[in-house]
Design a protein around this ligand. Sequence first.
Ligand SMILES: NC(=O)c1ccc[n+]([C@@H]2O[C@H](COP(=O)([O-])OP(=O)(O)OC[C@H]3O[C@@H](n4cnc5c(N)ncnc54)[C@H](O)[C@@H]3O)[C@@H](O)[C@H]2O)c1
Length: 360
Amino acid sequence: MNRVGVALIGCGGISLQNHLPGLALCPQATVVALCDTDAGALERARRALDVAVITTRYEDILRRADVQAVILATPNVSHAPIALAAVAAGKHVFCEKPIAMNLAEAERMCAAARQAGVRHMTAFTYRFVPAMRYLAHLVRTGQLGEPCHFRACRLQDWGQRAIGWRQVARLAGTGELGDMLSHRIDYAHLLVGRVDRLAAATRRFHDQREGQPSDLEDWAALVADFTNGATGVWESSKVATGRGEGAHSQDYVEVNGTEGSAVFQLEHPHELQVARRGEPALRTVPVPAEFLKWPGSPRDPAQGDPLISFRYDQDFEFIQAIVEQRPCVPSWVEGAQAQAVMDAAVTAARERRWVTVPSL
Ligand SMILES: NC(=O)c1ccc[n+]([C@@H]2O[C@H](COP(=O)([O-])OP(=O)(O)OC[C@H]3O[C@@H](n4cnc5c(N)ncnc54)[C@H](O)[C@@H]3O)[C@@H](O)[C@H]2O)c1
């Protein structure tokens, strides 16, 4: 397949910020249709990219022969039903995270995609940060030795402002856990491996946001054992006053191995802090050129804001996997693995006990 016709289902924030510019960099992709249940969002997307086919019904998209691939960026509750319908129609699907409301849905999606032989990808966007790719390389090539500790901290100040579907359990599934921590669970899978068991705590600080009820957590924390014996600690908050928002707020990951330690901070996407065994302190190491973009990506890493532009590589990976008829990285399997940890965390926090994470 040399040309890929793409439809966006869900034309809100993330589609306009990440996916439209990402697809524009893919020589083989053409966006042929836009779908959103909200007429205003649809019109804003059409103004960003003048596409002939616009619709409020995803079923119209899935019937089209000129659509081979779908980017699914709706609120979490509709990921599984739309993804399953798209796969049944033979479409390749790039689904936003978290891919589902729970592990059972995520496993159904993986099984359906496998059976249909279509490409499936999870939008674990921060795997594409150059410094995260370099950190994964350091771990994979044994330069930090055997991992002992994984540590992640995501702090943002969203205060009490309304956050739409993100504050409603029946639309989002989980709060901070799925919204922010899911990415950091994926970091841990990428860097250390499978989580064996965990304890967790969650807390909602605001029952209302700008007068609208919120029934989801604003803060989540996990402590875990990995199957390889390493330990993991995660904390993620929407109510860390004064810590800012988005790419300029705290997104910290540290791996301590038997031979060295490395620290990732999203604010510095082109560097790591590293110390080898015996060295007295961390030192700043630039990310080598080969890690500054995804292999084959046409993106010039010197162009644009480095805190934004790496995100475009994920759309390139999706289209390239379709063209090359190979699995996407990360696929729905990685999405389901993160979901397994999230489901275990929900149980652990509710029942205040350690919970074993099922292996998929
Ligand atoms: N990968 C990342 O870093 C990242 C960042 C932000 C959001 N996300 C994920 O992307 C998804 C969307 O988030 P967002 O911030 O763009 O939300 P958003 O509210 O800005 O956009 C969602 C859009 O989907 C539309 N929609 C709702 N139901 C629909 C349906 N059945 N069919 C078609 N359109 C429908 C809404 O009208 C809205 O325009 C979520 O799953 C979120 O977790 C991922």
